[in-house]
Design a protein around this ligand. Structure first.
Ligand SMILES: Nc1ncnc2c1ncn2[C@@H]1O[C@H](COP(=O)(O)OP(=O)(O)OP(=O)(O)O)[C@@H](O)[C@H]1O
Ligand SMILES: [Mg+2]
Length: 294
């Protein structure tokens, strides 16, 4: 048995990819065409969406934006090394169980739904299409955890030994993200739709800056977008993400600067580059990063 596809209900109001793209823009998220298409299909087909990309390209944020846009609850599972089902799926309410036993229900069954403590995955399954389930940074979890997710990703169900199989009434939208610190299994990939999320080009980054830091004058935002694009072209350990670009533009504006010159760029690198070697690389390339404006 599998849940019904939520296409008619969940994608309501978004009959085209362009509609969804506009909807996302209305909640301040600018998706490029391929990402918007992947999200549209994930909603329409009731399939999980796997997003890979560098730091700060907007992988987590699109799940938040979709939840807001669709009026759904965001259920977030942050993955980490060693995460297991008792943190991700469910645990037992030990105190309550103990109390029940103490109160003389010694023979009562304390492994029933009443004593179950739902964790994010179970909560999302129970909410069904009222939820967006974000499984964030799956590459940080171990192989076993990834294998455990397979049942959930294909059938939208999980099996709890004491209770049996729990099936989502309707499909939640599942968004998985990975920074690619290790490769995910093909078994996971096959169950998902996939999009590689790249850094925006300078034009789109300017649009994002206008949305996310509207207080920054357009001319300064444009200079920031251009400089950030050139900085991303350098050989860096961590290329700055969109969030850093927003921070940088905001910092410059806060300091009362209307123009980006080489000295102000260097003085404010703290807001943009979060690694000492990368800061050095920008210092060395500053003539290319901020072209002559005199
Ligand atoms: N396409 C976009 N439209 C609007 N804002 C964006 C977009 N992409 C990124 N941002 C902004 O950049 C910030 C960082 O994005 P986000 O946290 O989603 O990155 P990420 O890909 O999840 O990074 P990490 O891998 O480090 O978790 C967001 O909070 C948001 O303000
Ligand atoms: Mg993230």
């Amino acid at each position: 048995m599998s849940t019904t596809s939520p296409s008619s209900e969940a994608a309501a109001g978004f009959s085209t990819v362009a509609d969804l793209q506009r909807g996302l823009a209305s909640v301040d998220y600018l998706a490029d065409d391929s990402l918007a298409m992947a999200a549209f299909l994930a909603l329409r087909m009731g399939r999980p969406l796997l997003l890979e990309g560098e730091n700060g390209v907007g992988k987590t944020e699109i799940a938040l934006a979709l939840a807001q846009l669709l009026g759904r609850e965001l259920v977030r599972l942050q993955c980490y090394e060693g995460i297991d089902t008792s943190q991700a799926l469910y645990d037992w309410h030990y105190a309550r169980q103990l109390l029940a036993v103490r109160e003389g229900q010694a023979h009562a069954d304390v492994f029933t739904r009443e004593f179950l403590l739902p964790r994010p995955l179970l909560s999302a399954l129970e909410l069904g299409s009222r939820a967006v389930l974000l499984i964030d940074e799956l590459d940080r979890a171990d192989d076993e955890f990834e294998a455990f997710l397979l049942e959930l990703l294909s059938d939208f169900s999980v099996t709890i030994p004491e209770l049996g199989r729990i099936q989502a009434p309707t499909r939640p939208l599942v968004v998985l993200t990975s920074n690619r610190t290790r490769d995910l299994h093909n078994a996971v990939r096959r169950r998902c739709l996939y999009s590689w999320v790249a850094h925006p080009d300078a034009r789109r980054e300017l649009e994002i800056l206008r949305l996310r830091a509207p207080q920054v004058p357009e001319a300064l935002a444009a200079e920031v977008a251009g400089a950030v694009a050139r900085i991303r072209g350098l050989d860096l350990v961590n290329r700055p993400g969109v969030g850093e670009a927003v921070d940088w533009a905001s910092a410059l504006h806060m300091l009362g600067l209307a123009k980006l010159d080489r000295q102000t760029a260097l003085d404010t690198l703290a807001a943009l580059i979060k690694d000492v070697d990368d800061q050095q690389a920008v210092v060395e390339a500053i003539d290319d990063v901020v072209p002559d404006t005199a």
